[in-house]
Design a protein around this ligand. Sequence first.
Ligand code: SF4
Length: 355
Amino acid sequence: MKDRYPTKKIYVGGVAIGGDAPISVQSMTNSKTSDIKATVEQINRLHFAGADIVRVAVPTIEDALALKSIKEQVSLPIVADIHFNYRLALEAAKWVDCIRFNPGNIGEKSRIKEIVKACKERDLPVRIGVNAGSLESEFEDKYGTTAKGMVESALYNIKYLEDLDFTNIKVSLKASDVDRTVEAYRMLRPLNNYPFHLGVTEAGTIFHATIKSAIGIGALLLDGIGDTMRVSITGELEEEIKVARAILKDSGRAKSGVNIISCPTCGRIEADLVSAVSEVEKRLAHIKTPLDVSVMGCVVNAIGEAKHADVAIAYGKGSGLIMVKGEVVAKLEQSKLVNRFIEEVEKMAKMKEAN
Ligand code: SF4
């Protein structure tokens, strides 16, 4: 895995993005932002699910005016998502922690200057959010909705802000397919050191979005690209956070929680491994300490995997072994294995936390 690209560190509220900061996870509410009660409830759900930052859409002045009250009731940093109307950005900038807008779709330069002034006054960063589906016409006419067009749009918008002496910037380059998304981020990365917000947009239902995001965001993370991210899913809000955290963990960019190694099963299987692993996954979801555990269906590969795992189960005929750091600590009948395994994992997590 490559080292992370050295980016400028910025702050969205209390959350650092870029530099040596952990890669943060974002999501977005889907309530009308002007519905304060529903929006607060969604933000709190996302907070509870493990989001670091939340974005809210601000398409009307009612939405912008609701931000003061929303901000008073939540503790997650809020990004206001603005298109076209600079007055919405000016109102939002009084309350939120970051503004997402593209200078290229706001219009007159005097209006952009006003937004930049408001952001400077409160030290708010701006996310330049390039989306292949809404490129400025001059770039779409010249390059089509290609990665090159997305990068040219980003460079244009970045320069717009830099010319106003504003560099508190992060950038996203989202397309609905993995190929263009990855190409665009890779193309833009060597051209500046602003932190990048990663995502494959409009990625679909949980099944497809998980695959697209794991490939696209995962590839970029392995390249050392990415400082914050959102997995876009047409589904329940919490799923975005769950998938994003899993991508971070499985790409090796975040060390937290239990990494479960389990075999795919085959004709040698000696137990109901599917039920056992599902139970293990649910019962260990609360553990934040990084641990490797393995749950294997027979002794063929179990002993080898157990040597590298903190805690392991090796199923055998009617019984099985519990192993800690490669040593057998118990031989039990199958019905008792999962409970003992959970006990050993929780004990190991406590020990590691105490050290
Ligand atoms: S560990 Fe055993 S049951 Fe699982 S896939 Fe390997 S040989 Fe098959």
